[in-house]
Design a protein around this ligand. Sequence first.
Ligand SMILES: [Zn+2]
Length: 276
Amino acid sequence: MAIVHRASPLRIGPLTIQPVSDGAILQMPPASIFKDAASEEWQPHVPLNAHGNIELALTCLLVRVGDRRILVDTGFGPRPDRPEVGLLAQSLAEVGVSAEDVDTVVLSHPHGDHVGGTVLGAGEAATPAYPKARYWLGKADWEHGRQPGAPVVEVVQEKIAPLHAAQRLDLADGEQEIAPGVRLLPLPGHTPGHMGVAFTAGQETAVYVGDLVHHALQIDHPEWSPVFDSLPQLSRETRQALVERARREGALVLSYHLPFPGIGRITNAGWEAVAG
Ligand SMILES: [Zn+2]
């Protein structure tokens, strides 16, 4: 068995937010992330691995509040050809949670590294991997993702349509509270319906930003959109607004792809990671 990352949970009032790793993408070409930047702007600040690539973490969240168990994003799912991903079930087991315990799954957007673990099996035989859960997806991503020719049409067909067929899919249109202190937050641009999750208790706030950010340098340069943003200008504007708001409010920011556990604050000096 692969060794998975562990982190301490974050506590916000009655909410416990546990980072749970699905592994990591080991071979991300930096040009995919920094296409909007001149090389001298990013190269001095970005360590590359032996293959000249960036590594991206895959950090899902397990949120406990009362007797609720909410999973945010589902990772790649098991991939026999890629032992470095698909570790989420193991990470959940290490914190004492099984798939049956999860009552709600939030899907930030329908890309394979976030929704790969939604179902077990394939095609007609696909069944929800979290058998007691309802799943949330942004309405715009569902509608856009079913249009012929949409870049995500295959992923939606394989990983989301079976949830819809099983009547487990709920579509979010705007902000939506899904549990006390847990609110779906539209952050459009990476995909049309891309959404994060806001966690609040009293004056404390944390926000999961999904793929609004792929690298910490985008905190200093919110105008840099990676090749994966389907609506890059909207993504830039959403990122700019979120960065300013998180800085102003002193919110904790939880990211999917920044180095595990991907938690930090945004200060005038940029991204400051918080140890997990
Ligand atoms: Zn992603």
